[in-house]
Design a binder for this molecule. Structure first.
Ligand SMILES: [Zn+2]
Length: 217
């Protein structure tokens, strides 16, 4: 899954996981799990995190490769949040080659910056229950700033502040966006319009994955 932050990669990956039983590999989750269970790679990753440094690509690639080698990934897997840059993409390519596997598709969910900023900055979360989520424009509460379900105050998370989102988009444009050309050149890129209704995006993704699986069982 490829696309800017907020385009819905995680949600769509989860739905494809349900449709096809594809193993959903979310980099953030794997990293947290490895650190929590103190695996050798987890211990190494924690050293960098404790020092306030980014976990190096090799460590991340090691974790992903290990996950892909597992029996539960034999029938297919979805990578969500990885690769994030060309170095990771190259390392992934080499790792897959060694496993005698390859990427069938790079599913790109496209969305213009302004639409993403609008979608993300409008999110409001209940202070009492973080699963109570609203959107000032697309899913407003009955009373401004108040949770419909329990009357608690609604807040904007720091992650949803415009400045944070613009910074993440900048990183996406400079580091991750070059992968679009990379996978297009390999002939595996498939584009999806992320401004459409999420159900429609899902239907199109599902149809594409179904076709790919027929072509390459
Ligand atoms: Zn609430």
């Amino acid at each position: 899954m490829l696309g800017p932050p907020g385009a819905g990669k995680g949600t769509q990956a989860e739905r494809l996981h349900e449709d096809f039983g594809l193993l959903h590999i979310a980099t953030g989750d794997i990293l947290r799990a490895e650190v929590a269970s103190s695996t050798p790679l987890g211990i190494e990753a924690k050293r960098y995190m404790d020092a306030g440094e980014l976990v190096p690509d090799e460590v991340i690639v090691g974790m992903i490769t290990q996950r892909i080698s597992g029996g539960d990934a034999r029938d297919g897997f979805l990578l969500d949040g990885f690769p994030r840059n060309e170095r990771q993409a190259d390392a992934l390519g080499e790792a897959l080659e060694e496993l005698e596997r390859r990427l069938t598709a790079a599913l790109l969910i496209e969305m213009p910056d302004e639409a993403l900023v609008r979608r993300l900055t409008g999110r409001r979360m209940c202070v009492k229950n973080p699963t109570h989520i609203y959107h000032v424009e697309f899913d407003p509460p009955k009373h401004e700033g108040v949770c419909d379900q329990d009357g608690s105050r609604l807040i904007q998370r720091d992650d949803d502040k415009e400045e944070t989102i613009r910074r993440r988009l900048q990183v996406y444009h400079s580091q991750t966006e070059p992968l679009i050309a990379h996978y297009d050149a390999e002939g595996v890129l498939r584009r999806f319009d992320g401004t459409r209704d999420p159900d429609e995006v899902h239907a199109r993704l599902r149809a594409t994955v179904a076709t790919l699986r027929l072509e390459d069982p």
